[in-house]
Design a protein around this ligand. Structure first.
Ligand code: HDE
Length: 697
């Protein structure tokens, strides 16, 4: 049994010394709860050994089942209660453990213990999610991705519950249930699942124009990430750092993926949904299992308290970002996700994130969206996890002990000792007692507030289109094209002509030309909005200039018998040198043999896999039992890969397949022969991922 008591929170900045102990503290804590049933005897939950787990207790072999069959009763009743309510939003998600390492001290800005000493490490648990779909929906739906990080600090849990988009749809938490009702499947027919392409969502958008900026992001490539390892994360709200002198600094948090920001294309995302609904969770799981850890640098944008009103947007408005060119992102550390969970239900499903979980040195601001979240998350967890004791569930426990006079409730696990459960008291020497600030007590930032009780929005929140246009101006031609296409898809699915017209009118305030194109595609009149006059752009918002690495990307090798041994061997070796994963795809699972006897294991067939599941193809070709089918399957793979702007290398024996396909020579197409086989050009093209200037029929 775990000992809940004993030990003190480290709170004096001396955490550096216990770095390694700290790093493993959460894993050690979780280990105490792990049970391995392998090799054990079945028992009831009371520990009684079971003699028969196949048949219920009956009066005669063909007779009625008896109530005294206690094992059957317990087994079924437990089974009947296996499900808990899924999250009302962000239901579909997946998580991993890891650690956060600080590069440089932030003690000038905050007293937060985990941000004091360079090199310091803190265990983390990070859950990625989709917002709209239910738990059983698909990974690659077009949707905002949740990016929730729980830091198990020595001063208690700190949760940064963010998204992969830096702004939000609405400005005030009052509107959140409305937004979610609008995006979820429509109530009368429960259609569509995990999709915003329907009337109620777009009706909400057109009638709540504060959403304009976020919708531009939502329609961009950001909402179809190639991998959770390749997307940014944002705290979204403005938070506050407070240092030892009590001085506050406004802060926004960023996660920057080491692998850069990369996306799928929409046609591909939809096809993946059918071929592998678990595409993104599989990606994370496989990479971590194989030692290809997911890494993100942690950055902060800082604004001095006295500069609060220096900007042409309100820093408390969650529909606004702070352009990085104006307020640079200071990189201060790195998170590495390096361990998969042991049990998804126990850890991922029961994890309770909460923006209200803050530690001394970090505080809230008056952002009205953030304020509502402080209420909603603990409330939802009490409902979802069956009562107020969810903080005792292993994944949610802090690594430092907790003591207070809160008692009882469903599923209480700790056994509080003694007769006293109130404060103040004399019977327990007035303990547990409060801590002063110097002792590490959390003291709320003493912000001066004044004002009348009012239900209204600040006028400084009124500009909904300037940053929406800033985003549009910052996009590359390819990104702009994708945005126009996704609007045309989404709004094209809307049945109400009036809603479609309202949407294009609204977005003509972002860009006339874009809206006119969408209007044409969805069959409504030329839009009638007045375009924002913003001319600036923020290059940091485009995905075009991102990091590019080949490692952990997947290449499908289409191969039959009779290939050129030397050429293929060299290419595969070169790919594996750069950490590219290769999968031989053939007519049947087994082996193929080269013209000089080299044997290659074929792990996939044209029916077990699909072109959309690979980042690139290596077309080797060759002979097969059913050559006609082999050729037509290969050509299908080539066409799809070409259409999704992905790179391909064609071996000497694969040229005829390429010629017979609809693919054309050009960017990202590497035609090799025996002499150029090991060329690094292919590896570079894989790292590039997409060739947007390719001409697609
Ligand atoms: Fe959430 N949100 N949210 N949200 N949210 C939840 O909490 C809510 C908002 C975010 O992996 C719920 O435990 C309100 C912004 C993530 O477990 C719920 C408002 C951002 C996750 C809830 C917001 C988020 C949630 C559902 C408006 C980005 C998944 C289950 C005031 C900064 C965390 C749960 C995980 C989950 C409420 C807006 C991100 C109902 C009321 C803005 C990543 O409490």
């Amino acid at each position: 049994m775990e000992k809940h008591d004993g030990g003190d929170c480290v709170n004096d900045g001396s955490v550096n010394d216990s770095r390694d102990t700290q790093k493993n503290r959460k894993s050690e804590q979780l280990d105490q709860f792990k049970v391995d049933n392998k090799g054990k005897k079945i028992t009831t939950n009371q520990g009684v050994k079971v003699s028969n787990d196949e048949e219920s207790v009956k009066a005669g072999v063909r007779g009625p089942t008896l109530i005294e069959g206690i094992h059957l009763k317990e087994k079924l009743m437990h089974f009947d209660r296996e499900r808990i309510p899924e999250r009302v939003v962000h239901a579909r998600g997946y998580a991993a453990h890891g650690e956060f390492e600080l590069y440089e001290s932030l003690k000038d800005y905050t007293t937060a213990g985990f941000l004091q000493t360079a090199g310091q490490k803190t265990p983390v648990f990070t859950r990625f999610s989709n917002v709209a779909g239910s738990l059983g929906s698909v990974d690659t739906a077009r949707d905002v991705r949740g990016f929730a990080v729980k830091f198990y600090t020595e001063e208690g849990n700190y949760d940064l519950v963010g998204n992969n988009i830096p702004v939000f749809f609405i400005q005030d938490s009052m509107k959140f249930p409305d937004l979610i009702h609008a995006v979820k499947p429509e109530p009368h027919n429960d259609i569509p699942q995990a999709a915003s392409a329907h009337d109620t969502f777009w009706d909400f958008i057109a009638n709540n124009q504060e959403s304009a900026h976020m919708v531009m992001w939502q329609m961009s490539d950001r909402t179809i990430p190639r991998s959770w390892r390749m997307m940014e994360g944002f705290g979204v709200h403005t938070f506050r750092f407070v240092n030892s002198e009590g001085k506050a600094t406004f802060v926004k948090f960023h996660w920057k993926p080491v692998l850069g920001v990369h996306s799928l294309v929409w046609d591909e995302a939809q096809k993946i949904a059918g071929k592998d609904a678990d595409f993104q969770r599989r990606d994370l799981w496989e990479c971590i299992e194989n030692g290809y850890f997911a890494e993100y640098e942690f950055g902060v944008q800082l604004i001095a308290e006295e500069d609060e009103f220096m900007f042409d947007f309100d820093i408390l408005d969650a529909t606004k970002l702070w352009p990085e060119e104006i307020v640079p992102v200071k990189i201060i550390g790195k998170m590495t996700l390096n361990q998969n969970v042991t049990n998804v239900f126990a850890e991922t499903e029961q994890a309770a994130f909460h923006p209200g979980n803050i530690v001394p040195g970090i505080d809230f601001t008056n952002d009205p969206l953030l304020q509502g979240r402080i209420l909603s998350y603990s409330d939802t967890q009490i409902y979802r996890l069956g009562g107020p004791n969810f903080t005792e569930i292993p994944i949610n426990r802090s690594v430092c002990p907790f003591h207070n006079n809160q008692r009882n409730g469903f599923n209480r696990q700790r056994i509080d000792v003694g007769q006293v459960s109130y404060h103040k008291n004399s019977l327990a020497g007035n303990t547990p007692s409060a801590s002063t600030k110097e002792e590490g007590g959390f003291v709320h930032y003493a912000e001066k507030v004044e004002g009348r009780v009012i239900q209204a929005r600040s006028e400084s929140f009124n500009d909904h289109f300037s940053q929406a246009r800033l985003f549009w101006n910052s996009m590359s031609p390819a990104e702009k094209k994708h945005i126009t296409q996704s609007f045309s898809f989404e709004v094209g699915k809307v049945q109400s002509v009036s809603v479609k017209q309202q949407v294009v009118d609204m977005f003509s305030r972002v860009d006339n030309e874009m809206a006119a194109l969408i209007a044409m595609n969805v069959g409504v009149n030329e839009p009638a909005g007045e375009q924002s006059t913003v001319e600036q752009s923020s290059p940091a918002l485009s995905q075009e200039r991102t990091n590019r690495f080949p490692y952990s990307l997947k290449v499908g090798i289409i191969i039959g018998d009779g290939f050129n041994d030397q050429e293929v061997k060299e290419t595969i070796e070169n790919l594996s040198k750069y950490g590219v994963w290769t999968y031989a795809i053939g007519e049947k699972i087994g082996k193929v043999t080269g013209s000089n006897g080299l044997v290659i294991h074929v792990s996939e067939t044209f029916s077990t896999t699909a072109p959309v599941l690979f980042d690139s193809l290596y077309i080797v070709g060759g002979s097969a039992g059913n050559q006609a089918k082999f050729n037509s399957d290969s050509i299908y793979f080539i066409n799809e890969t070409f259409m999704h702007y992905k790179p391909m290398s064609i071996a000497s024996t694969g040229q005829s397949l390429f010629t017979a396909s609809e693919a054309k020579k050009g960017p990202g197409i590497i035609l090799s022969d025996a002499n150029t086989a090991s060329s690094d050009e292919f590896v570079k093209a894989i790292a590039q991922q997409r060739f947007w200037d390719r001409e697609i029929y």
